[in-house]
Ligand binder design. Structure first.
Ligand code: HEM
Length: 493
């Protein structure tokens, strides 16, 4: 029996004149979003357009004024995870899904421990550069994106699985990266080949999905002793009557934080659940952070005028660091670099045209009467919000000092790269606002410090017309296939 057709929405529906095909949306959805923003959102009204993840229901684009009303509504009424499921169907084919414990582990465990993690992250960053970056005494052409992925992955492994598994050539590194690429490519193949009610079959018949299940099983095996170590360490503290130790515990890593989060919710963490939770953290973090990093590099090439000031700022802070070891406080002093990173995030919206996507699980009415039936995806057009002159004066100018000036003039605690604020919706909002954003901020800074200190980089002649950014449905992705020239330099930091 067919499900009843979803209700019709009494809201303007925007589409392309003439060719209104799915492939046109893939390349040009920004045009419709831009039109809708100018005509409706900017004036405080919603509009709808095709939802690339739902052929039956359009997506509702909301003005920013509605965000406060939904940002703290619990997940079971206003779901972010259902949006992720619609987008990637991962959890329907045996892949990992976001859970309360994953969010809690990142929000509390990771963010509290971040202050202790900077030194190991710096070491992992340097070791990974030494391994992955080819020698380049002369200008040498390279693809920066795979490099960024490898370096960020090895930095995050040291934080996520800790010392036993996080090493550079560890089995975990290869396994988890292979899992993430299978998990990113398998869903679209399954979506194209199977009807929704046969998705479950893909674990037996589809090579990519089978690979995911194989990696999940192996991860379960290698995580079993690591989890036991964390359980033992927690028991030891308990036996000594220590509830909250001063300073870092024996283990401060994803395995420990997930164990803490499960315990806090009265749940037992199994090795299989641990594998899934770690994989979802990696899936959420690797390409998003590497993409933001690549966008920053492209912007540094496009707007080199502030690079000498940024390098000078790094030199000044670094010169006062004992042993050249960075701390969270010292990274926080890189205010111009931070402002540059936030400006890059403003103009490229951290790779997504929309933010704070939510699906109401029951009919939802806003205070002014706007009513959205369950199952429809609502989102905020964050990219166009970033280019609204009422939000950011002279929005078409890339101004590396923009957010630094705002910090100086109004509030030093706001407008950092990782700040969630009304002027930038990229990190989402409320209970689901990205809990990994501070980690992304600090890892990107460490990565960029090393890059600026040891390399010059420039575009290759002849590729001026190659697009720097590519639109894909509601994503804006820095071109991963654009090579850049690198050359080693001696700038002593
Ligand atoms: C530049 C890099 C990143 C970007 C652009 C990004 C972006 C986002 C966005 C837009 C959301 C949804 C927020 C909302 O709708 O309110 C989100 C959620 C999430 N992110 Fe990130 N993220 C990044 C890095 C990371 C990292 C490094 C981690 C983990 C270490 C992480 C873990 C998560 C998790 C677990 C959630 C779900 C939170 C929840 O549902 O409560 N992210 N991220």
């Amino acid at each position: 029996k067919r499900a009843p057709a979803p209700p019709k929405l009494d809201l303007p529906y925007l589409k392309f004149e003439g060719d209104n095909s799915a492939s046109r949306y893939r390349m040009e959805s920004e045009t419709i979003l831009g039109r809708g923003y100018a005509q409706y959102t900017k004036k405080g009204s919603p509009f709808t357009m095709r939802d690339p993840n739902d052929p039956e229901r359009p997506m509702v684009m909301l003005p920013a004024k509605y965000i406060d009303e939904i940002k703290w509504i619990p997940e079971n009424r206003m779901s972010f995870w259902k949006h992720i499921d619609k987008q990637s169907i991962l959890s329907q084919i045996g892949g990992p899904g976001i859970t309360e414990e994953v969010a809690l582990a990142a929000r509390q465990g990771l963010n509290r421990a971040l202050v202790y993690l900077i030194e190991p992250l710096q070491k992992a960053c340097l070791a990974s550069y030494a391994k992955e970056m080819p020698s380049c005494p002369e200008w040498t052409s390279m693809l920066p994106y795979p490099l960024l992925i490898k370096i960020f992955a090895s930095m995050s492994a040291c934080a996520i699985v800790g010392p036993e598994l996080g090493g550079l050539d560890s089995e975990w590194q290869g396994l988890s990266m292979n899992y993430v690429s299978a998990a990113l490519s398998a869903p679209s193949i399954v979506k194209n080949k199977y009807p929704t009610w046969l998705y479950w079959l893909s674990q037996y018949t589809n090579g990519g999905v089978r690979t995911m299940w194989k990696h999940r099983a192996r991860a379960r095996e290698i995580l079993t002793p690591v989890l036991q170590n964390r359980i033992n360490a927690t028991e030891e503290l308990k036996a000594k009557g220590i509830k909250k130790p001063k300073g870092p515990r024996k283990y401060e890593d994803g395995v420990q934080w997930l164990l803490d989060a499960h315990t806090a919710h009265g749940k037992i963490l199994t090795p299989d659940q641990l594998a899934q939770d770690l994989f979802v953290i990696m899936t959420a973090s690797i390409h998003s952070t590497s993409g933001a990093g690549l966008a920053i590099i492209f912007d540094m090439l496009e707007h080199p005028d502030t690079l000498s000031d940024i390098t000078q700022e790094i030199l000044e802070v670094q010169s006062k660091l004992p042993g050249g070891i960075w701390t969270r406080k010292a990274l926080g002093q890189l205010k111009l670099l931070d402002s540059f990173m936030r400006e890059s995030a403003r103009v490229h919206a951290l790779t997504q045209y929309t933010a704070a996507q939510r699906i109401p699980t029951e009919t939802w009415s806003f205070k002014d009467g706007l009513t959205i039936p369950s199952g429809f995806t609502m989102a905020f057009p964050s990219y166009h919000h970033n280019f609204d002159s009422a939000v950011h004066p002279h929005p078409d100018t890339f101004n590396a000092y923009r957010h630094l000036r705002k910090r100086e003039e109004s509030n030093t605690h706001k407008f950092h790269f990782a700040s969630v604020s009304e002027d930038m919706l990229n990190w989402g909002a409320g209970r689901h606002a990205c809990p990994g954003r501070f980690f992304a901020q600090e890892t990107l800074k460490l990565l960029i410090i090393h890059l600026l200190a040891h390399y010059e980089f420039k575009h290759e002649a002849g590729n001026e017309k190659t697009p720097r950014f590519i639109s894909n449905n509601l994503f804006l992705i820095p071109n991963p296939a654009l090579p850049i020239l690198f050359k080693e330099r001696e700038l002593s930091l």
